[in-house]
Design a protein around this ligand. Structure first.
Ligand code: GLN
Ligand code: ZN
Length: 753
């Protein structure tokens, strides 16, 4: 008799620990403070705590191998031995080779880091070539399974599925033109077969293979590849039972394809992909299969409407032999435990569920499917009326097209030229200057009440004065105040806007040991007071050169917050935009001549299916324009975007109608300039001339070379010179010479014009 899939499960659980123990452990190891044995010890304790928590909560099926020292995609690469030779050659221990791939070494750059679907989690992109030799290295999933078994807990090892793994990979640097990693699926499946065999040997009853890549548009060949892979894996006679999980949307044509294979269980996200239900119904009866129903949102912090979710679960029971309740995706994307937030507004608290609370919801829903909804806990209380702001709503209702439109660019450009009087190829930076330990200490002391408001403001003003002086000394043309007062470009605004709540412990892993604390947007957005004006005004008072006001755009604020689900995202975006519009007017009135509104997350929120993208881009652009179009023609609006692969958002970048767009370009060798032009963009542009993500200091010659390429692509009177992102993660020892070379390179090119 084989083990049925349990009644309730989660697709994954936060690995950082309730007190960010993982961050502390790996960072201590990197700094040489603890050895590998101690690191492994601490990791084992974290894993054990998670398994016990999940078991004790009453979860019927507990996942394992969801722990990671850095990233689960990297773990999967290691599990199939897809370690590029350049890292093997370093001759490091297994653990240090792993960290070298994640973080790079002095000699070798790390694997590329990129966004995990539409989340703010970043994974390491595997590099796959025609000769990558896939070999099963099941040590980690086996070790975790055995560890949990020793605690009396039978777990379900989780791996990224082979098709998604290759679809997320990129061709190795030496791969021939036209090579696609997914062409290696057959070979990779051999390695997976060996891993599954090893797991079966250890007695593993079920394994979870994640195939979220199939909730995005996939062509027929890619769907065939999925079917072929699971036909082969399914046909193995020695293997655990297979649970193929999908999340972040609808499987579409991949669902019938998957159901045509022998996999025993399929996971569907019914939160982000409600259409999965109809698609499953259309697929006809699926005898003998389990549907793992993602009914509890793993990507947001709201309590579940359990009665509605139970109704969806009940609808599923008529379609599948066995229905199991789960989170919609891994709980990696939400904070660990609401219990760590004792000071939250009780009205808000009553509506929230973090990872630990979501486990209880899953268990309750599983029970309700069996015993009826009478067993469900009390419903979520309604949102308090005070979270609504009728003034904001009335202002938004009154807005017309004229509130998203500025004068034609040529008129604005002339007015700005006259007012700013900048040289050709003006030099600037993206906003932040190094966040020194001293600054972090001052912020912490202020938060803890050890430094009073006045003392804190003095400290920040001193820093701003320093940053302005450094920039004047270096000869930059357009200055910034350096953002010393900002812990994070979204959290800072979240702490000041109405309708937002900050948590004290709501950490979520962003990448590796880096965690963020996204604010929660729960009500209508208001701006009780100016947020940045004092700092910017102070900076401007120190210099005759223009100082850029510095704001985060509406899309990025939404992307890096937990968002409301009780109104369309577009409406929340407009509310944020209105607050920014007021802020920008105040900056203008304070004598700020240039305002930069950063939208690094414009690409991140792009829906995974092409059919959903135009509507998104439309509201995203509208919100940006609403925020930025309230200024005089002579006030210059900048925007900044990072992450080079823009693709389908390029026309939207043009539609933002910013006077100047600074954009990451150094890694793509300025190709972005041609792409922008092809998309119709004809305003100011500041392609990043060097990569700030690396500690390497560029010399003047390489910046000059980048600029030569840029002047060939863009008329010189529209070209700006800047690094490709903010400098907050760097030190002065790196940025001073780098910026000196940047200014010198700009002068060199200017002289040739
Ligand atoms: N102004 C921000 C900074 O310089 C922009 C950061 C970003 O693009 N991610 O830090
Ligand atoms: Zn950036």
């Amino acid at each position: 008799m084989t083990t049925p899939f349990g009644q309730s499960t989660v697709l994954g659980y936060p690995r950082i620990g309730p007190d960010r123990e993982l961050k502390r452990a790996v960072e201590a190891y990197w700094a040489g403070g603890i050895d590998a044995a101690e690191l492994h010890d601490r990791a084992a304790r974290l894993r054990a705590a998670v398994w016990r928590t999940l078991r004790d909560a009453g979860l019927a099926s507990v996942p394992s191998n969801t722990f990671s020292f850095y990233d689960h995609v990297l773990d999967t690469a290691v599990a199939v031995d897809a370690v590029p030779d350049r890292f093997r050659r370093l001759g490091l221990s297994e653990l240090d080779t792993y960290f070298a791939m994640a973080r790079g070494t002095a000699a070798e750059p790390a694997l590329e880091l990129t966004k995990w679907f539409a989340t703010n989690y970043h994974y390491l992109v595997p590099e796959i070539g025609p000769d990558t030799a896939f070999t099963a290295r099941p040590d980690k999933p086996l070790r975790e399974y055995t560890e949990a078994a020793a605690l009396g807990i039978t777990t379900r090892p989780v791996l990224v599925g082979p098709a998604t793994f290759l679809l997320l990979a990129k061709p190795a640097p030496d791969a021939p033109e036209g090579f696609r990693p997914v062409d290696r699926l057959d070979d990779l499946v051999d390695a997976y077969a060996d891993i599954l065999g090893a797991l079966a040997d250890a007695g593993v009853p079920w394994v979870q293979l994640d195939e979220p890549a199939y909730v995005a548009d996939r062509d027929a060949a890619e769907i065939d590849a999925l079917r072929a892979a699971y036909d082969r894996i399914g046909a193995l006679h020695h293997r655990p039972r297979l649970f193929v999980a999908s999340y972040f949307g609808e499987l579409g044509d991949a669902l019938p394809a998957l159901l045509a294979t022998p996999v025993e269980a399929v996971g569907l996200d019914l939160v982000a992909g409600p259409g999965n239900l109809a698609r499953l119904a259309a697929a006809g009866p699926i005898p003998g299969r389990t549907v793992v129903a993602g009914l509890v949102d793993g990507h947001n912090v709201w309590r579940t409407d359990l009665r509605a979710a139970a109704a969806t679960g009940a609808a599923l029971t008529s379609l599948a032999d066995h229905v199991s309740v789960a989170t919609s995706c891994s709980l990696l994307h939400v904070p660990v435990d609401l219990a760590a937030e004792p000071d939250l507004d009780p009205d808000l608290r009553a509506r929230l569920a973090f990872a630990r609370q979501k486990v209880d919801e899953v268990v309750a829903l599983g029970r309700a499917l069996r015993d009826g909804v009478g067993t469900l806990p009390a419903p979520v209380p309604p949102a308090p009326a005070a979270w609504r702001d009728d003034t904001v709503r009335a202002r938004l209702a009154d807005l017309g097209d004229e509130h998203t439109r500025r004068a034609p660019y040529a008129e604005r450009a002339a007015a700005q030229r006259a007012r700013l009087g900048l040289p050709p190829l003006p030099t600037t930076t993206i906003g932040s200057f190094p966040q020194t330990d001293e600054l972090r200490r001052a912020r912490a002391a202020h938060r803890a009440g050890r430094l009073d408001d006045a003392g804190y403001a003095d400290r920040m003003r001193a820093e701003i004065a320093h940053v302005v002086a450094v920039q004047e000394r270096l000869g930059l043309d357009v200055l910034v105040h350096g953002e010393p007062e900002r812990n994070d470009m979204v959290q800072y605004f979240g702490e000041q806007l109405g309708g937002f709540a900050a948590t004290v412990n709501g950490w979520v892993q962003s990448y590796g040991s880096r965690c963020v604390r996204p604010p929660v947007i729960h009500g209508d957005v208001t701006r009780p007071a100016p947020m940045t004006v004092d700092w910017s005004r102070y900076a401007q008072s120190l210099t005759g050169r223009p100082v850029k006001g510095m704001l985060t755009g509406p899309v990025t604020i939404l992307a890096w917050s937990f968002i409301r689900t009780d109104q369309p995202l577009a409406d929340t975006a407009d509310q944020v935009a209105l607050a920014l519009r007021d802020e920008i007017r105040d900056l203008e009135a304070a004598g700020i001549r240039i305002v930069q509104v950063d939208e690094p997350a414009l690409r991140e929120l792009l829906p995974l299916r092409a059919a959903d993208q135009p509507a998104y881009l439309n509201w995203a652009v509208t919100a940006f324009r609403l925020a930025t179009s309230g200024v005089a023609d002579a006030t210059q609006i900048h925007t900044h975007l990072c992450y080079s692969e823009f693709g389908e958002v390029l026309p939207a970048i043009d539609a933002l109608d910013a006077d100047v767009t600074s954009i990451e370009a150094s890694r793509s060798k300025m190709e972005i300039l041609d792409d922008l032009r092809a998309a119709g963009y004809g305003r100011g542009v500041g392609p990043g001339v060097y990569d700030i993500h690396s500690p390497r200091v560029p010399d003047q010659a390489e910046i000059t070379e980048a600029l030569c390429r840029a002047v060939a692509a863009v008329p010189a009177d529209r070209l700006w010179v800047n690094p490709d992102c903010g400098l907050k993660t760097r030190g002065y020892a790196e940025i001073e010479p780098a910026l000196r070379h940047l200014v010198a390179a700009a002068a060199q090119i200017r002289a040739t014009l």
